[in-house]
Design a binder for this molecule. Structure first.
Ligand code: FAD
Length: 444
């Protein structure tokens, strides 16, 4: 017969690991963590590329410098993680047109100001349900700025809790151990580790959960390789994209209020494409780290960054695509993508620049354990009921993950805090159940 544990945690990303740590600290040690992939970290993922460590998933600690300290910033400081301040404010003065000319700074500043004002206006109207025809961005520079403001969630347009609570600064992780080192440091406090490896057999890798069944006083889980695990409770930390897919089936099926809420949450796809060059041909002085390409197609290889500040001499550029462009690029060969990116770079820097010697294209949308990059609750529609329902437990199944964070969805700190929050709710439930069962025993 299957040995039953107290809590099964599905997923070993930041929320799953922080939940497990919180449980351990509260004396609940008989837990099992089932992770579909062969590593911990989830959407925090470092890979070696072109001689350095690049972050395919989360790359920044967002929300630093305010009155309250961001808990992930604290973890980073405790672990001695190497980070660099990212100053995006100059990006608007490095906007290239299709002929490689940089827009004059006056025009760029003016377009930026107008775009911010019009975006604020649009949001206010949407929130108030006013149906006034909005001015839509049309010219390449307007489209480029609109992309930066919205797809990158710049704080100027809307009060985002991450920035209002923790401060407006962002720090990029540039550490050879990767952002994921923070997760390892967390895991080390409660799991058996040795020489950088987790040896604890409560962490089970390559276990793809396919079915979650509510049984008498507990939960039973079946994995793709046919194993069965039983627990008194289950914490489910898979992404909103995975919840929307049919990877996991539930018995009995999830109630309608739950599936409706899950369907309402948008999934954002965010793709950082890395390109390695034999030498650098882009400007590297102060204020040049970020640059923008203005094209008539919104989001077409718009946002660029050189990695010289992070790793001097690495000769790597990163370009970020989102949503439709991400999906389009995921579906084509990397060779095609390389050709497109090179054409854009030649438009900006001239025909004489060298070809990239290597390319890395992450595929978050087509990864069946992710199905996207992060949750995106549309601001005017932010309706606490949706987040509330996404987070609310169903019987003995408790939900966690960045998408369950009311204030910080979409961020690493959202995932981290949600793990702790979910465990607090679960511990309350366990207390009530213990009380109930001891009362019924006294009665007997
Ligand atoms: P995940 O990390 O997705 O963890 C869930 C785990 O569940 C995964 O390990 C997955 O493999 C596993 N799983 C899925 N299905 C199953 C199954 N059936 N059975 C078992 N296991 C399963 N945040 C920031 O703060 N700053 C940034 O700069 C930033 N940039 C980002 C850039 C990109 C490209 C991406 C993808 C994300 C970015 N984020 C950023 C968001 C941040 O990475 C996430 O919010 C956070 O890591 C989510 O953690 P999580 O624990 O909620 O989910």
């Amino acid at each position: 017969s299957t040995k039953r544990c107290s809590v099964i945690i599905v997923g070993a990303g930041v929320s799953g690991i922080s939940a497990a740590k919180e449980l351990s600290e509260n004396g609940v040690d008989d837990l099992v963590i089932l992770e579909a992939s062969d590593r911990i970290g989830g959407r925090i993922r470092m890979e070696n590329f072109g001689g350095v460590s690049v972050e395919l998933g989360a790359g920044w600690i967002a929300g630093v410098g305010g009155k309250i300290s961001n808990p992930v910033w604290e973890l980073a400081n405790q672990s001695g993680l190497r980070t660099l301040f990212s100053d995006y404010s100059n990006a608007r003065y490095n906007i290239f047109d299709r002929c490689g000319k940089i827009f004059p700074s006056g025009l760029a500043a003016d377009s930026y100001k107008k775009a911010v004002e019009s975006a604020i206006h649009r949001l206010r109207n949407e929130a108030a349900n006013v149906d006034e025809p909005a001015t839509t961005p049309k010219t390449p520079i307007e489209l480029a700025i609109d992309f930066i403001l919205h797809d990158f969630e710049m704080a100027e347009v809307q009060p985002i809790s991450t920035y209002t609570d923790y401060g407006e600064r962002e720090f990029m992780v540039a550490d050879e151990r990767g952002y994921e080192y923070l997760l390892y440091k967390m895991a080390e406090t409660f799991l058996l580790t040795s020489e950088g490896k987790i040896l604890d057999n409560r962490l089970k890798l390559n276990k793809v959960v396919r079915e979650i069944q509510q049984i008498r006083d507990g939960v039973s889980v079946t994995t793709e390789d046919g194993c069965i695990y039983e627990g008194n409770y289950l914490i489910l930390s898979v992404s909103i994209g995975v919840l929307q897919s049919n990877l996991i089936s539930f018995q009995p099926v999830l109630p309608r209020w739950k599936t409706k809420a899950i369907e309402k949450c948008d999934v954002m796809v965010y793709t950082k494409i890395f390109l390695k060059f034999p030498y650098k041909f882009w400007p590297c002085g102060p204020g040049k780290e970020f640059f923008i390409y203005a094209h008539e197609r919104r989001g077409y290889y718009t946002f660029w960054q050189h990695m010289e500040n992070a790793f001097p001499g690495c000769n790597i550029l990163v370009v970020t695509l989102t949503n439709g462009e991400s999906k389009r690029v995921e579906a084509q060969s990397d060779c095609e993508t390389l050709k497109e990116a090179m054409q854009v770079l030649r438009n900006m820097f001239g025909p004489g620049i060298p070809d990239a010697s290597d390319i890395l294209v992450p595929r978050w949308w087509n990864n069946r354990f992710q199905r996207g990059s992060y949750s995106n609750y549309p601001i005017p529609m932010i309706n606490n009921q949706v987040v509330h329902d996404i987070k609310a437990p169903v019987g003995r199944i408790f939900f966690t993950g960045e998408h369950t964070s009311e204030r910080f969805s979409g961020y690493v700190h959202g995932g981290y805090l949600s793990g702790i929050d979910t465990v607090k709710a679960l511990l309350e439930e366990m207390k009530i159940e213990n009380k109930r069962s001891s009362e019924s025993q006294t009665f007997l």
